[in-house]
Design a protein around this ligand. Structure first.
Ligand code: KG4
Ligand code: ZN
Length: 339
């Protein structure tokens, strides 16, 4: 079964064809980063305009790269939540029109579940259920237990900023560049991560054992800005970046390792843009008792292959979405609290 995936939830305009939920035949990702960079953040209005300009060409490209015609596609899967509402509507409307015109099934899928699915698109080391998920993106930070592709129990989440948001905000304050996570990761390679001792949140007990918080860290890092501005004796930008990155990752690790210890689950799947972070990847790689599965870098960020891959499993169960399904900026329906 060849499924066309469409992803337009944020600032990547992506289309992909995946066969039987496993084999990527094409995965075209057109990034809007240069259009948002002047504002150091995603501008929703620009994002939806670019999606509507690009979605046709991106989809055509995905079909050509897969060496397929429209008539070869068996179904369309599309992100319907969570994300920027206007951006989601572009992909959703396009996917509905495609499915309607071709008289094929259409399935709306959840972007966060798709991030968790991404490592299953790779031949080696496919994670088996149950596993613990570490979902870290620009809008979400979720530690969860996954018992199936659509059976997720949220164990912990952020009580304020998302992990990627913290990277983006710190980079914006310091004018490091955009997108913040990528820039800080790169700068940190030449920085001293012990130059500053930034505080860890006091959140690791009781009901917050698996939760994280970034507002305290963000404030502490931003407070260094005055020193940073002074010429003499000022800290090096790469030292600020490296010290921030280290603490940001240790915050995630503490909550995740608590969850691993308490549940006894030893397979961890990381997903979302922050899962591309080199320090996070190396720190998790050091945990010899755990089997940590990361998607390859091109499947960490937003992409339509993960949408098509996940969509296959709903269709294989005989499910499809109604044509009146709408987009939703937020998520409801997981078993426990969700931001
Ligand atoms: O999953 P994603 O592409 O889009 C959302 O669904 O939000 O994640 C984007 C986030 C941004 O906050 C970006 O700064 C962060 O992922 N990010 C990183 C890295 N690459 C992207 N954060 C830390 N290190 C990276 N290498
Ligand atoms: Zn994402």
């Amino acid at each position: 079964m060849k499924i066309l995936g469409i992803e337009t939830s944020c600032d990547e305009c992506s289309a992909s064809v995946v066969q039987d939920g496993e084999k990527i035949l094409s995965n075209v990702i057109a990034t809007q980063i240069p259009f948002h960079a002047p504002w150091s953040g995603v501008v929703p209005e620009i994002a939806s305009r670019k999606h509507i300009e690009w979605i046709y060409a991106v989809t055509k490209d995905a079909l050509e790269k897969a060496e397929l015609k429209v008539a070869d596609i068996d179904a369309v899967a599309v992100t319907s939540r969570p994300g920027l509402f206007g951006s989601l509507l572009v992909g959703l409307s396009f996917a509905k029109a495609f499915a309607w015109a071709c008289n094929i099934p259409f399935i709306a899928v959840d972007h966060m579940l798709a991030h968790l699915y991404a490592p299953r698109l790779v031949a080696e080391n496919k994670p088996e259920y149950p596993f613990l998920g570490l979902l870290v993106s620009g809008g979400h930070t979720i530690i969860c237990r996954a018992d199936n592709f659509d059976d997720i129990t949220v164990l912990g989440t952020t009580i304020d900023d998302a992990a990627g948001e913290a990277f983006d905000k710190v980079a914006k304050f310091y004018n490091f560049g955009y997108p913040g996570g990528v820039v800080i990761d790169k700068m940190s390679r030449n920085g001293d991560s012990n130059a500053f001792r930034f505080p860890m949140p006091s959140l690791h007990k009781g009901e917050h054992r698996y939760d994280v918080s970034y507002s305290g860290l963000k404030t502490a890092v931003v407070n260094q800005l005055e020193m940073f501005k002074m010429k003499e004796g000022s800290p090096q930008p790469q030292d600020i970046a490296a010290s921030f990155q280290k603490t940001a990752v240790e915050i995630l690790l503490r909550a995740l390792l608590n969850a691993a210890e308490d549940t006894g689950i030893t397979t961890i799947v990381a997903g979302g843009g922050v899962a591309a972070n080199s320090y996070l990847r190396s720190r998790l790689g050091e945990q010899t008792r755990l089997n940590c599965v990361f998607p390859p870098l091109e499947l960490c960020g937003d992409n339509a292959a993960m949408i098509a891959g996940l969509g296959f499993h709903y269709l294989a169960r005989g499910e499809r979405s109604a044509f009146n399904v709408t987009a939703s900026a937020r998520v409801t329906g997981f078993k426990k609290k969700y931001p």
